[in-house]
Write a protein that binds this ligand. Structure first.
Ligand SMILES: [Zn+2]
Length: 395
């Protein structure tokens, strides 16, 4: 490992679940951890103040930023001139940035993939851009996130074996190019002209691909681990396959990643996915569900999601989740939150997001505590007894 100040250690194990600590230049992250998604340098619906202190806030220790969006607007050069992403957005805790690949691959007709990289048209003004493994590394160096991700090729599921193999092998070649670029920037920041690295402690995570094919996943782990990243992510899951398939791929892949490195499951998922994937050895999660669903009026509770816009809550004086200690649940009723939502008040998005993020972060806090106490299996079975994926519309 390069001397970046990055470190990870496992503090306790309970079955396959791990309780750990991840050290970054902007602070320590207790794992397993959930990273709220701050797409354009803000977590939609809330301020950093809501996210920060545990006293009356959410106690988020790390957030995720989207390279695609920040690159297009306001631009990584502008952010570098402002001193890097932390300073630009006023968030002094750890930040992970994705590579931009996922958004580019989602553009469908507006992108073209070659060995060199992904050519795409901006969703903002139609301008043409080329995202290569090197460029994705440079942009993230300018943003100065604590953790950068390599550019990988994402494919839709279900993909035939051939397509999954081609994408996996290309992702490995791209990972090697991204790692070489990161190494060059880390060793000698002045060696890449036009790039101002704003965080000398930035590390880079590799990404395991291979779709739902165990053999391809194993090949991807071996080739990617050989490149020597600080940690490894499992990509290409939660893209439409059934949850059991996701869990099987995670159970197959996670144990093959070196024990002393964090394991990050990208883009998953529902609260029960978090519990099940912690059981299979995952340390880091991110997902837009708690924030996006909050803006659509869906609140996660210990018994499952509820749709706050439903007329049945019009005179319901109870909090969204009677067992929740978040700001929203301590002060407001379902009736008031329904009123705010149907009236289109901005506070609806804020209060719903505070609750949903609290639910996710608090679930992870309980998980961490249970692993330390050796009671994770008890938590896991109790969680499934009460939590139902189905919206409680008619409950
Ligand atoms: Zn709450």
């Amino acid at each position: 490992m390069a001397d970046t100040g990055f470190a990870f250690r496992v503090l306790a194990r309970d079955g396959g679940a791990r309780r750990g600590e991840m050290r970054t230049p902007h602070g320590v992250v207790q794992t397993p951890a959930f990273m709220p998604v701050g797409t354009q340098g803000a977590v939609k619906g809330v301020t950093h103040r809501d996210l920060e202190d545990l006293g009356d806030g959410l106690g988020a220790e790390i957030i995720l930023g989207n390279t695609y969006h920040l690159y297009l607007r306001p631009g990584d050069a502008l952010i570098a001139r402002a001193g890097g992403l932390h300073r630009f957005i006023g968030w002094n805790r750890p930040i992970l940035t994705d590579s931009g690949g996922y958004q580019v691959f989602s553009l469908a007709e507006r992108r073209r993939i070659s060995e060199d990289g992904a050519e795409f048209r901006s969703h903002l003004d139609g301008s043409l851009h080329l995202l290569t493994p090197e460029r994705a590394t440079d942009i993230q160096a300018q943003l100065g996130s604590d953790i950068a991700m390599v550019l990988d090729e994402c494919i839709a599921t279900p993909a035939p074996d051939d397509a999954a193999r081609v994408a996996m092998e290309r992702s490995v070649r791209w990972a090697a190019r991204a790692r070489a670029r990161w190494q060059r920037i880390t060793d000698d920041p002045a060696s890449v002209s036009g790039v101002v690295a704003t965080n000398p402690g930035q590390v880079q995570f590799g990404i395991i691909q291979g779709g739902v094919h165990p053999g391809l996943r194993t090949e991807s782990v071996q080739a990617t681990v050989a490149l020597g990243f600080e940690a490894y992510a499992i990509g290409g899951l939660s893209v439409g396959e059934p949850p059991d398939v996701t869990y099987d791929v995670v159970a197959h892949t996670a144990p093959q990643v070196p024990e002393d490195r964090p394991r990050y499951l990208m883009g998953s998922g529902m609260p029960d996915d978090l519990v099940e994937c912690v059981a299979r050895g995952i340390d880091l999660f991110d997902c837009v569900l708690p924030t996006r669903n909050a803006r659509n009026g869906q609140l996660f509770t210990r018994s499952g999601p509820i749709s706050i816009k439903n007329a049945r809550y019009a005179e319901d004086a109870s909090p969204p989740d009677p067992d929740c200690r978040c700001y929203t649940c301590r002060h407001f009723s379902r009736a008031y939150l329904r009123h705010l939502f149907v009236s289109g008040e901005m506070a609806a998005a804020t209060l719903n997001t505070v609750h949903n993020l609290h639910f996710y972060l608090d679930t992870l806090r309980s998980i961490r505590e249970a692993i330390m106490l050796g009671t994770f299996e008890k938590l896991r079975s109790e969680f499934h007894q009460t939590f139902s994926r189905r919206s409680q519309l008619n409950a």
